[in-house]
Design a protein around this ligand. Structure first.
Ligand code: FAD
Length: 445
């Protein structure tokens, strides 16, 4: 079948909630299905009382308007039309992390990755509040903003993304940007790479898992290596991986690191950064001291700070939020009315924008059902996939399906539905652009 017909036909299979970019493919290519997850449309309560007056709507506050938060807000309105949704976000526009490594090579601008909340407001009736949430009361179901405003609701959905561990020795120096949250750090790293001399040494560090977007650092390494060949001949890229080896899409990245980019990339496994010295541009690591002209220092990660502030960081050694994956309700004592989705939650699924979108739909469906007096779908299915840039014009892919496993109360990868491309090509790179547009449209439009 022609790849574009295949991609466009959107696999409306039993697995439904299929999108595609950071995740694991079957023997087929990644599907571009934006279907409404595996679940049926829930019934919703009427808003009219027997006396003919309008009943109070259920209220949900969503904290964080990124890939998870924007999607859950939209689908709560689509599937639970008796629900009033308030989205609280600190920034007036969202900047996508997905595709942001292409800003480093000058192939994208941050502006092209910027998404407004206008459509969520005008088309779906979501109320947006721009401000910083500083506290939540999980029992009283209250949210406090930095300006003192207190909002109350029947349920809270938290999608605050990630925060970074402090790097010993780095302080407030901007000499070793992570660029792992798209924005000023991305511009900083792009400028530093542009200013590097030919024949220079760039370093990229990969933190211990779990971190945001498992293939992300490896694909960034490939992209930078390809760019260095053209723009900074004779330069080297040292990749310091805190893990014992490449953590995902092993065949493609191994071939790219050792073969295609073997004359640029020097890869070290088990090289965890223990401290840094920005003055000498040095990294002290478990594999020795490494110096670089440009250092992309990606620190270890944990849930967005608010999760710990609220005492909901009860998983992954206190780094992320434990959740029941049937509804994404917190597993912390007394916090069952708070749901946590996206990178902040601890599940067996990858921390990816695609998965955040999928979790958002499962969560929206569950909340709609619960607020209508029902129960969450007992058998959710999600999908994840990833296009990885191997060069500035070629990509590989990886996709996986996850199914609820009652025995472990976790989402389990379905082996028969998981695979990766054999190698990389230009068609995949073009498909990546289509996939991205569809994903962002599903979340923000
Ligand atoms: C370089 C890079 C490439 C990537 N590539 C891919 C890819 O190809 N495919 C893929 O699927 N994923 C990719 N990802 C991962 C993806 O970006 C994340 O997994 C995804 O953004 C997670 O969504 P989220 O909603 O959990 O968090 P985010 O999208 O980060 O959203 C969190 C939001 O919460 C807001 N917020 C946080 N705290 C507060 C507060 N206290 N008050 C108010 N607002 C708050 C933030 O401002 C932010 O808007 C990539 C990531 C990076 C860094």
């Amino acid at each position: 079948m022609d790849r574009r017909i295949f991609l466009g036909s959107a696999v409306a299979s039993a697995v439904g909630a299929t999108l595609t970019a950071c995740g694991g493919g079957g023997s087929s290519e990644p599907a571009l299905d934006l279907a409404e997850s595996s679940r049926r449309r829930p019934t919703t309560t009427t808003t009219t009382t027997s006396a003919g007056t309008t009943a109070a709507k259920s209220r949900v506050i969503v904290i964080g308007g990124g890939m998870g938060g924007a999607t859950v807000a939209k689908y709560l309105r689509l599937w639970g039309d008796a629900i009033s949704v308030t989205l609280v976000e600190r920034m007036p526009t969202y900047t996508s992390n997905i595709m942001s490594s292409l800003v480093l090579t000058g192939q994208r601008t941050l502006g092209s990755l910027s998404y407004s909340y206008d459509t969520l407001r005008s088309k779906y009736g979501i109320t947006t509040v721009f401000g910083e949430v500083v506290a939540i009361d999980p029992v009283g179901v209250k949210v406090t903003l930095a300006n003192g405003t207190v909002l109350t609701a029947d349920r809270i959905v938290m999608a605050p993304g990630i925060s970074f561990d402090a790097v010993p020795g780095l302080g407030t120096s901007d000499k070793m940007p992570h660029a792992w949250q798209a924005g000023p750090q991305t511009t900083l790293l792009a400028n530093q790479l542009n200013a590097m001399r030919s024949g220079g040494v760039a370093v990229l560090t990969i933190p211990k898992t779990p971190y945001r977007c498992p293939p992300g650092p490896y694909e960034r390494a490939c992209l930078i290596a390809d760019w260095l060949k053209v723009k900074k001949p004779g330069s080297k890229l040292i990749v310091l991986d805190a893990n014992s080896g490449i953590v995902t899409e092993v065949d493609n990245f191994t071939n790219a690191f050792m073969g295609l980019h073997g004359n640029v990339i020097e890869y070290h496994a088990n090289a965890e950064v223990t401290s840094v010295d920005p003055a000498t541009m040095s990294l002290m690591t478990t594999a020795g001291t490494i110096r670089g002209d440009v250092i992309n220092m990606i620190p270890r990660q944990r849930a967005g700070a608010l999760v710990a502030t609220a005492g909901l960081n009860n998983a992954t050694e206190g780094r992320f939020a434990g959740v029941n994956v049937l509804s994404y309700a917190s597993t912390a004592s007394g916090a069952g009315k708070v749901h946590i989705i996206g990178d902040a939650s601890a599940t067996t699924q990858p921390k990816a924008g695609h998965i955040a979108n999928q979790e958002a739909k499962v969560c929206a469906d569950a909340i709609s059902r619960i607020l209508s007096g029902g129960s969450p779908d007992p058998a959710p299915v999600t999908n994840s996939a990833c296009f990885s840039t191997i060069t500035m014009s070629q990509a590989s892919w990886l996709t996986a399906v996850f199914q609820y496993d009652a025995a472990t109360a976790a989402m389990k990868a379905v082996a028969a539905s998981s695979a990766a491309s054999t190698g990389w090509d230009q068609d995949n790179f073009e498909d990546m652009g289509e996939w991205f547009k569809a994903l962002m449209g599903d979340s923000f439009a």
